[in-house]
Design a protein. Structure first.
Length: 152
C-alpha cells in the first residue's frame, strides 16, 4: 500500500483492513458501536497481484441505509493502487450492515467486494458523526475540501 494522505493525519489501522484473496468471498470487519467513528479498509493486493493490475477508481455504498438519522454513514473514502480506505460512523444498534465496495482497475477490470459490519447493541444509537477533530479543526479530504457525513 502506498502512502495515503488521510483526513486529520490519520494512519490506517491494520486490524480493520480486510484482505481480499484471489477467490471472491464475503468480508467481515470487526464490530463497532453506533457512536464509533472508525476507519476500515479493503486490501485488494492479493487479488490484483497475478495480473499486475491496480485500482483506478472506486465506489462505496451502504446497502442497508434506509434514510434514518441512525444509518451507517460514510464520512470519507480514498484508495491507492491496491487498497480502499474509508471512515464509517453511526449505524443502528443490533444490526448487520452491508457495504459494497466496487473497484475499476487500470486494465479495465470491474470487481465488487461486499463487506459486513455488525453494530453492537450495548451502546445507544448515535446520529451522523461529528466531522470535526478534537482541536475544532474541520475534517477535509486530501485536496482540502471540507468533509460532511453522507449516507450513500
Amino acid at each position: 500500500m502506498t502512502d495515503l494522505t488521510l483526513p486529520g493525519g490519520l494512519a490506517p489501522d491494520p486490524a480493520r483492513i480486510w484482505r481480499v484473496s484471489a477467490q471472491h468471498s464475503m468480508g467481515q470487519w470487526p464490530v463497532k458501536s453506533s457512536p464509533d467513528l472508525l476507519d476500515y479498509g479493503v486490501d485488494f493486493s492479493a487479488f490484483l497481484t497475478g495480473s499486475g493490475d491496480t485500482i483506478e477508481s472506486h465506489t462505496i455504498s451502504v446497502q442497508t441505509a434506509t434514510g434514518s438519522t441512525y444509518d451507517l454513514t460514510l464520512v470519507w473514502d480514498t484508495h491507492d493502487d491496491t487498497c480502499v480506505l474509508l471512515m464509517l460512523g453511526s449505524g443502528p444498534p443490533s444490526t448487520q450492515q452491508c457495504i459494497r465496495i466496487q473497484i475499476v482497475t487500470a486494465q479495465g477490470r470491474r470487481f465488487e467486494q461486499m463487506m459486513r459490519l455488525w453494530i453492537v447493541d450495548y451502546i445507544p444509537a448515535s446520529g451522523k458523526p461529528l466531522l470535526m477533530l478534537p482541536t475544532g479543526e474541520q475534517l477535509a479530504d486530501p485536496s482540502g475540501a471540507p468533509i460532511s457525513g453522507t449516507v450513500v
